[in-house]
Design a protein around this ligand. Sequence first.
Ligand SMILES: Nc1ncnc2c1ncn2[C@@H]1O[C@H](COP(=O)(O)OP(=O)(O)O)[C@@H](O)[C@H]1O
Ligand SMILES: O=C(O)C1=C[C@@H](OP(=O)(O)O)[C@@H](O)[C@H](O)C1
Ligand SMILES: [Mg+2]
Length: 169
Amino acid sequence: MMARLVLVGFMGAGKTTVGQLLAQNTGFRFTDLDQAIVEIAGRPIPDIFAAEGEAGFRRRETEALAQALDQDVIVSTGGGIVTQAQNRALLKAAGAPVVYLKADPEVLYQRVYQDENRPIANSLDLSGFTALAAERELFYHEVSDLVLTTANLSPLEVMGGILDEIQVK
Ligand SMILES: Nc1ncnc2c1ncn2[C@@H]1O[C@H](COP(=O)(O)OP(=O)(O)O)[C@@H](O)[C@H]1O
Ligand SMILES: O=C(O)C1=C[C@@H](OP(=O)(O)O)[C@@H](O)[C@H](O)C1
Ligand SMILES: [Mg+2]
């Protein structure tokens, strides 16, 4: 069994929102890796970061990714999924189409910097956030089959853009 579709992209790109919409629209089950990690850990993401460090969170994330890719689900990843070589290898070998949701860091920053559930966004100023996006940019391209620029698109329009290009069935 394998995943139907995987969404990647930087924090705030709409992976969780659009993944949920895609699942509703196609009837497939939905797995958000962050939600899966929180369920297994029994505590919210900032608490995992505080107790286990980012390294602890990344170990949990790789495990959650490997599991989800083996299931019949639509998968939304966290923005840092591509920072680990092992995760990039898993994504490239997954067989499922991987879609990169792309938008300007300025737009993304406004969406997430005040969100207390996103410890990394929370701790960075705009220039740090932009630099981190730039560091990851090549990796998102490396793992993805389709790049969708989401500027000015609503979540429903982003979903439509994906379904125009990829047959999720
Ligand atoms: N296309 C969009 N246009 C405007 N706001 C969006 C869009 N996609 C997501 N959002 C909003 O931005 C925030 C981050 O979205 P989310 O789905 O959590 O992103 P991600 O999972 O990629 O970090 C949420 O408040 C969400 O409602
Ligand atoms: O970019 C990152 O390093 C992270 C992104 C988050 O997911 P979203 O991309 O859904 O915010 C979450 O996995 C964690 O806070 C770390
Ligand atoms: Mg998310």
